[in-house]
Design a protein. Structure first.
Length: 383
């Protein structure tokens, strides 16, 4: 029977020296693969701003327990008795103390697996409707793919391990979506990447299509990752100690818009601006009575448009937000704006290498109707 993977232990006598190593190692880890605009360590300024933004939109948000206090309490109940900050500080020292790249990678995988388990245990409910809000973690114990991926990446960064967030357009089963999922991407000491997904029981999935920017040009690309090993006959279970040999590490990416495969160093995780935009994207998508409702109401559509307009303003390169803004503007009868944003979304998708069928259909429909909104009935919120 497999023994549960646990953080490596160090003695109190050696802690001071290891922490000095961690301090220098954290800087190198963060600087090697993560540019400044992709850094948001746990409970740092950017992270706290995301929390403030979420609390400001929540009913009775001012009365909620501070997020870091709440998460620390939950962590102490589920395997981190010393608290989150002390745990990450110790683990940063443990990872930094490894001199061999393979051993350092193994320790990074152990940490990522432990954080995967911590998030799933401490935030037990999954909600597409509310789980993208930090306030929902505290108020209702809910999470969703964007929030859990950002949280896990922020914890890795706090521990000096370069982790970020990427979009998924093709999952493990091979089904394609319009950027329908978000996962954490960790850059290992051996120069390879690994995905960590808190939506899965096993921590290290083999998603087949990702969306992320070029490290130099910042041009977004749809890519297909190449993994080090064949898919296992059975997934690695959460409590099985991770192995560098058997973990699906990414050795390269093949762009969908042509060109040769590129190494992980060529690409980078999503920026803070993109992630901020994506939080607003989900707020617009999940407005009650909005675009997902059988009979949308006018007030809800306007509310969704507000969030998607802010999303696009924050990150004009977000094709999904631009596409949905064009759709809701069509529903609201804003035909000129709708046509403009749908065409822009199409160009963003095409430049990145892949246009989801739904986006193709919507642009074609808009052209056919001369920019007229679809005939789906929209009811006023008053009745």
């Amino acid at each position: 029977m497999a023994r549960e993977s646990a953080p490596l232990n160090i003695t109190a006598a050696g802690l001071t020296a290891l922490l000095l190593l961690a301090a220098s190692g954290a800087g190198r880890a963060a600087g090697r693969g993560l540019p400044p605009d992709a850094r948001y360590p746990y409970n740092g300024p950017t992270f706290r701003q995301w929390v403030r933004d979420s609390y400001a939109l929540a009913p009775h948000g001012a009365r909620l327990t501070p997020f870091a206090v709440h998460f620390d309490r939950r962590a102490r109940q589920f395997g981190v008795p010393q608290g989150v900050d002390a745990y990450l500080k110790t683990q940063a020292a443990v990872v930094a103390a490894a001199k061999d790249p393979e051993e350092k990678t193994r320790r990074q995988l152990v940490l990522a697996q432990s954080l995967h388990r911590l998030i799933k245990k401490s935030i037990t409910r999954f909600s597409l409707d509310r789980g993208y809000e930090f306030a929902s973690v505290v108020a209702t114990g809910e999470r969703q793919c964007l929030l859990q991926s950002v949280l896990l990446a922020s914890l890795l960064q706090k521990a000096g391990v370069p982790g970020g967030t990427v979009m998924v357009w093709r999952g493990e089963t091979g089904d394609a979506s319009n950027l329908g999922h978000v996962v954490t991407l960790m850059q290992t000491a051996t120069g390879r990447d690994v995905l960590v997904d808190c939506s899965e029981r096993h921590p290290f999935p083999r998603h087949l299509g990702l969306f992320l920017p070029d490290a130099q040009t910042r041009q977004y690309r749809f890519v297909v990752p190449t993994y080090t090993s064949a898919p296992p006959s059975a997934p690695v279970l959460p409590r099985t100690p991770p192995s560098v040999a058997t973990t699906p590490l990414i050795t390269g990416y093949t762009p969908l818009n042509g060109g040769r495969p590129v190494s992980p160093s060529v690409l980078r995780p999503l920026s803070v601006a993109y992630l901020s935009s994506q939080f607003d994207y989900y707020r617009g998508e999940r407005v009650p009575g909005g675009m997902l409702a059988p009979r949308p109401n006018l007030a809800a559509l306007r509310r969704a448009a507000f969030f998607w307009e802010r999303s696009v303003k924050t990150c004009p390169q977000n094709p999904l937000a631009t596409y949905q803004l064009g759709r809701v503007q069509a529903r609201l009868g804003q035909t000129t704006l709708s046509a403009r944003h749908l065409q822009t979304a199409y160009r963003l998708y095409k430049t990145a290498g892949y246009v989801p069928p739904t986006a193709v259909e919507m642009v074609a429909l808009n052209r056919t109707r001369g920019g007229q909104p679809p005939k789906t009935r929209v009811r006023d919120a008053s009745g």
